[in-house]
Structures are given as C-alpha cells and as structure tokens.
Design a protein around this ligand. Structure first.
Ligand code: RIB
Length: 304
C-alpha cells in the first residue's frame, strides 16, 4: 500500500456562486452559498486516502469549532491526524467565488500560517513518519520557510517530495533542483520562471516538472521530447475547485504505487475529471473503484 505524507493547509471553504461578479463598491445577488471542507493540503490528503493510500496529515487547525470539524472530516476519510496541531489562531479559511465555470479564491491562512519548521522537525525527530513515506506532498498555503525546510530535509534524507507550488510564490532554483516533482499550473509557472518559455524550462527539468493546463491536460519532458497528456472529456462541469489538488493526490498515489510518470499523469487527469462533476473541493475526489469504472482506466494498472 502506498504511504503518503501530506504537509499543508486544512481550511473551511465559504463558497458563493454568482451569475455576475460585483465591481468594487457594488452589491450583486448571489445564486447559492455553502461551506465545505478545503485547504489545498487537506484536499490532496483526501484524494490520496480515497484511492487507498495510507495517508498522514501534518498541519495546524485552531481550537475553534471549525478546527474540530476539519479534524473530524480528515478522520472520516481515514487520514492519520496525530500530528495535526491545535493552535490558538482561528482555523484557516478560503472565500471562494464560483462564476462562469471557474473559481476565484481569497485564502486566509489563520492556523495554517503557524505550521513552522520546528513543527516539521518535531515529527521528523520523534517518529518515522517521513522516513517510511513513499512520497511527501507539500503546497504553498504553508509558510515559505516551512516549505524550504521540508525541501532541505527531504533532500538530505532522500525522501521523494512533490511540491505543488499553489498558490504562486517565488522559489530559488536551488530549492527547485531538490524536489522530485514540481506541478505548477500556467499562472504558477509564470511566477516561478518569469520571462522563460515552457519548452525551455521543461527541458531543464526532465521527468520532474509537470505543468498542469486545466482543460488542456498536462505537459512534461521525458528526456527525449515534450509530452502532452490529454485530459478526459467531461460533459458537465459542476465545480472546478480542488481539481488541481485531486490531480496532485492521484498522481502521487499512482506514482507511489509503481506506475510510470506518464501513466501517473493520465491517472491524475482521470481523477481530476471525475472531481469536477461534484460541488466542493473534496466531494468529487474519487475512490479507486470509481476510477476503475472510468472508460480511460487501463486494466493493466495494477494497484495492490
Ligand atoms: O485548491 C482549492 C483550495 O484552495 C480550496 O479548497 C481552498 O481551501 C483554497 O485555498
């Protein structure tokens, strides 16, 4: 069984759907409102666990009622939460506007912003959580110094690390060199590699840099040529929130289970496609059984 450790944000999403975006100073009437479980870290952990990975979550929530609910949701998804800290800050939150089949997000770190390098060291020094992981996943809703610290320590210990650089934030090339996989979308790519073309950067990072292109699939360089891995066709898009997280979690699961990179990307694309057919960042993350029912699932993909 794949064992995956996810370090990252655990947040409540406050989601408004609207047919018209308000200008500054304007009020418009929205179509619907709901709260749901989110946070890029938690979404990726749920994606891994639904597929069957043994999943450990590291992060922080507040001592408020949201913190309790966020922890209960992780546990309900069979995610180990022993190393999730309860801190005095309010739990993290995200304010999401759904408009025209896309989303716009304002993220407030709250407790997520308190998960520092010391917290990582405590887990690394007092347990074998990292050392026994097939892959570690981290994103940018965690403080920048924590992300850099995790990159250094995983590199020293030879633990494979996937950095999903979302939301966009600059990072020195010395750190990029040390990660196993880097999965920006087009916006994040432009912040990480300003004034550079995708082709030239892809060739610099063979089998490491995977650029996700939303409805156009994903690209990577296999050492010989640039590969585009197409998405699956989806008839009805309900909510794209969390699709990138589901891709990252599913890719991590597939690669940790022994699939080659291209097949792991194809697997991630199917999972992301299934996820956008349901409302909420985590609701649509598929189980392995749902993946196997999809027409693009390859019978020879053998998951123990
Ligand atoms: O990637 C989607 C997630 O990012 C949402 O669940 C929300 O928490 C945001 O920060």
């Amino acid at each position: 069984m794949a064992k995956i450790t996810v370090i990252g944000s655990i947040s409540t999403d406050f989601v408004v759907e609207t047919a018209k975006l308000p200008a500054m100073g304007e009020t418009v009437e929205g179509k619907s409102f709901q709260t749901s479980f989110g946070g890029k870290g938690a979404n990726q952990a749920v994606a891994c666990a639904r597929l069957g990975a043994e999943t450990v979550m590291l992060g922080a929530v507040g001592q408020d009622v949201f913190g309790q609910q966020l922890l209960a949701n992780l546990r309900a998804n069979d995610i180990h939460t022993d190393n999730v800290e309860r801190v005095t800050q309010s739990s993290g939150s995200a304010f999401i506007t759904l408009f025209d089949s896309d989303n716009a997000i304002v993220y407030v770190a709250g407790a997520n912003g308190l998960y520092g390098p010391d917290s990582v060291d405590k887990v690394m020094d007092q347990s074998a959580v990292f050392q026994t992981s097939d892959l570690v996943l981290i994103q940018n809703e965690t403080p920048a110094d924590t992300v850099r610290h995790v990159i250094e320590r995983c590199s020293q210990l030879n633990i494979p690390l996937l950095l999903n650089p979302a939301p966009a934030r600059e990072l020195a090339p010395a750190y990029l060199d040390k990660v196993t996989f880097l999965t920006p979308n087009e916006t994040e790519f432009a912040v990480l590699f300003p004034d550079e073309t995708m082709d030239s950067v892809l060739k610099r990072y063979p089998n490491k840099l995977i650029i996700t292109l939303g409805s156009k699939g994903a690209m990577y360089y296999d050492g010989e040529s640039i590969q585009t891995v197409p998405p699956v066709q989806i008839d009805q898009v309900v909510d794209t929130t969390g699709a990138g997280d589901t891709f990252n979690g599913a890719f991590a699961y597939a690669f940790s289970s022994g699939l080659p990179i291209r097949d792991s990307i194809r697997f991630g694309n199917i999972a992301a496609g299934l996820s956008i057919q349901k409302a909420g960042a985590q609701t649509g993350a598929p189980t392995l059984r749902q993946m196997k029912e999809h027409e693009s699932f390859e019978k020879e993909w053998d998951f123990k």
